[in-house]
Design a protein around this ligand. Structure first.
Ligand code: GLN
Length: 556
């Protein structure tokens, strides 16, 4: 069934009191429930910062940069949306103030405003509304949930709230609903949940002309009926529209908590949409049951340089949760700083691990630690997965320590190296701008039969998402393959090496792409699933040396 643009419903989620309340998870949980009732739903994130996209942001400041199939560098919340809904997002799902202003200023330069003074209202707000409705116009969705970044009251998010006000006025309140996510702080001295910050935050929204319909209240204690009534009365909402969102042990529990609170029903009633079927959450419940009751446990080291902020590796972390469940196994990730690893301490730091992952990244800092970790994993036959920079480091390590190319390196770290085994792609050499200029998004990869990679994927044509500037240098491929590191995945159009693996190792795979972006609750990524399985085998003392590698190369 396709919906006409006019029948599409819009739901906005705003945040109050403080940041980091989890608007993304609440939006994704609501979307999951509506999807489980048979609605076609997507989620969009509006980010009030002036960067055009988060691709240029330091991971320490904003966490991971998530990449969509169409190559958009986007906010990490889009990762949650995909992991929950199992539906890909695209460029239209993430809008920043930078993008809005860039469009408006370009139009102004083209003379499109016919001499008018270009202003926040109506020009910026019109562009915001246009971006919100773009997804509705595709005909692919019945409901668009738009999450507004930041906290109500921030100067930066004002034009977005104004756009919401205008949309309610233009489309009527049946077509637009506003959910305000707020915090009920608990005062341990008096043993009470306090509602005043919520009242003030709703008041701030009202000052901008927006009355929220539903309040989702983050809380560490259950919200009593008395408190619900008080909030409803002071904030002018129905009592059943005061939703408790109690702290959960995992984000994957939140859809079921929201189901219990009937958030989906309240929203559908509010939008005068039929409830359709009871949400089918069987697969989700099965996942959660296994997540909470693992049978096995493995310890996997994640070697990276942004480990102080776990959000910098968000999708990898989540992919391990999905893969763990699929193996009925709890994956205990040990976050290891690559700058702290050297030749002498590597055994001490990594000896107890069942598997080692070397993370993506940029720049020279911590590189030698990553290379040391890889040498250890290769020599001690510990299962290894290298992602993007992690794969490139595996190539450098092999060149140096197996092929005897002592100063081999990636030209990203050492442009003067005598063995540039990882090199900048030709088309990248002339690019000077930093934003949105890497090799981004989905590319096809041919997987050679008889390889570990083929055993993982079970097919010879795959697509995976990329985000990098440097590549394996094919001038060296024959040398690598002759000594046991083979290219088991190749881009069929450009011959770029996408997957490398070792022949004489129980499980050693490096991928130039980012498998973590594609892992979802319902579709755990096979690379992570099989990597965790290899860790599990190691923890049980099984070593899979039987994997026969017949194919040597995909490159002519
Ligand atoms: N810095 C490397 C490159 O640009 C790897 C990037 C990454 O790990 N995402 O190719």
């Amino acid at each position: 069934m396709s919906s006409s643009a006019s029948s599409v419903r819009y739901i906005f989620t705003t945040g109050g009191v403080t940041s980091s309340l989890g608007k993304g998870i609440i939006s994704a949980s609501l979307a999951k429930l509506l999807q489980a009732r048979g609605y076609r739903v997507t989620i969009q994130k509006l980010d009030p910062y002036i960067n055009v996209d988060p691709g240029t942001l330091n991971p320490y400041e904003h966490g991971e940069c998530y990449v969509t199939n169409d190559g958009t560098e986007s906010d990490l919340d889009l990762g949650h949306y995909e992991r929950f809904l199992n539906v890909p997002t695209s460029i239209a799902n993430n809008v920043t103030t930078g993008k809005i202003y860039q469009t408006v200023i370009n139009r102004e330069r083209e003379g499109a405003y016919l001499g008018k003074t270009v202003q926040v209202i109506p020009h910026i707000t019109d562009e915001i509304k246009r971006r919100i409705q773009l997804l509705g116009e595709t005909g692919e969705f019945d409901i668009i949930i738009t999450e507004i970044g930041g906290t109500v009251g921030d100067i930066e998010s004002l034009p977005y709230i104004e756009a919401v006000r205008q949309m309610i006025w233009e489309m009527g309140s049946t077509n637009v609903a506003v959910i305000h996510l707020t915090l009920l702080p608990y005062l341990s001295t008096t043993g009470e949940l306090k509602t005043k910050p919520t009242q003030h935050s709703v008041k701030a929204l009202l000052e901008y002309g927006v009355q929220p319909d539903i309040l989702v209240c983050r809380t560490e204690k259950p919200v009593s009926n008395d408190i619900r009534r008080k909030i409803a009365l002071f904030c002018n909402v129905n009592i059943n529209a005061v939703i408790e969102s109690i702290d959960a042990s995992t984000i994957y529990e939140v859809p079921l908590l929201m189901l219990k609170e009937q958030l989906d029903k309240v929203v559908l009633n509010r939008l005068k949409l039929p409830l359709r079927q009871e949400p089918d959450m069987a697969a989700w419940k099965d996942f959660l049951g296994k997540l909470k009751n693992p049978i096995h446990e493995v310890r996997i080291g994640l070697i990276g340089k942004y480990i102080e902020l776990k959000d910098a590796y968000k999708s990898i972390n989540e992919a391990f949760i999905h893969a763990g469940v699929s193996n009925e196994c709890q994956v205990k990730l040990e976050w290891i700083h690559s700058e702290k690893l050297d030749h002498d301490n590597v055994k001490n730091q990594l000896g107890h691990l069942h598997a080692i992952l070397v993370a993506p990244g940029f720049g020279e800092r911590g590189i030698e630690g990553k290379i040391n970790a890889i040498q250890y994993a290769r020599e001690k036959k510990i299962p290894f997965l290298g992602i993007c920079l992690g794969m490139q480091c595996a190539v450098v390590e092999f060149a140096r320590n197996v092929l005897g190319m002592k100063d081999a390196h990636s030209t990203e770290m050492n442009p003067e190296t005598s063995f540039p085994v990882i090199n900048m792609m030709e088309e990248q050499k002339l690019i000077t701008n930093k934003g949105g200029t890497m090799r981004l998004g989905e590319y096809t990869c041919s997987v050679a039969k008889g390889t570990r990679a083929y055993q993982v994927y079970g097919k010879s044509k795959i697509t995976e998402r990329h985000r990098h500037r440097y590549e394996f240098n094919n001038d060296y491929l024959q040398k690598f393959e002759a000594d046991g590191m083979i290219a088991s995945g190749i881009n069929p159009d450009s011959s770029l090496v996408e997957i490398i693996e070792l022949k004489n190792h129980p499980w050693f795979v490096g991928v130039q792409f980012h498998p973590e972006y594609k892992s979802t609750v319902l579709n755990p990524h096979p690379l992570f699933v099989k990597f965790v399985k290899a860790a599990l085998d190691r923890s049980h003392g099984h070593i899979d040396n039987k994997q026969e590698i017949k194919s040597t190369s995909l490159v002519d």
